[in-house]
Ligand binder design. Structure first.
Ligand SMILES: [Cu+2]
Length: 128
């Protein structure tokens, strides 16, 4: 079961899309969360997650590396480039369900992003 679920994440990463991690249960200990670069934190759907809605809030990725977000929360979220209300078109996950993930291969540069559903959620990826 765990092996099959890990494979589904790998397939998702290869396809740069959103997928559900079948082996994960909302509220699971962090140790049970599959490999990821950025965690969408449990409780991020409520104001008060502060700068840790996306954990870590700022990451650096090598040029040509995919960045993978995993939604460890019980609600839907997005990973959308640009400031809240100002999607710049560079990338957009669409709605990621609980236990879902999204991966993207980003252009070099500094990418601010946000959740289109929750104005308090924002992060930065620096590529290259
Ligand atoms: Cu959100």
């Amino acid at each position: 079961m765990r092996t099959a679920a890990a494979v589904s994440v790998a397939v998702c990463a290869a396809a740069c899309g959103a997928a559900l991690y079948a082996g994960w249960v909302p509220g699971s200990p962090d140790a049970d969360v599959p490999a990821h670069d950025v965690l969408i934190s449990l409780g991020a759907a409520r104001p008060g997650c502060g700068g840790d809605c996306y954990d870590p809030p700022i990451i650096e990725a090598g040029a040509g590396a995919e960045v993978l977000w995993f939604n460890a929360d019980t609600g839907f979220h997005t990973v959308t480039s640009g400031p809240y209300g100002g999607h710049d078109g560079a990338f957009d996950s669409g709605r990621i369900g609980p236990g879902g993930s999204y991966s993207a291969l980003l252009e070099p540069g500094r990418h601010a992003y946000h959740c289109a559903l929750h104005p308090w959620m924002h992060g930065i990826v620096v590529v290259g």
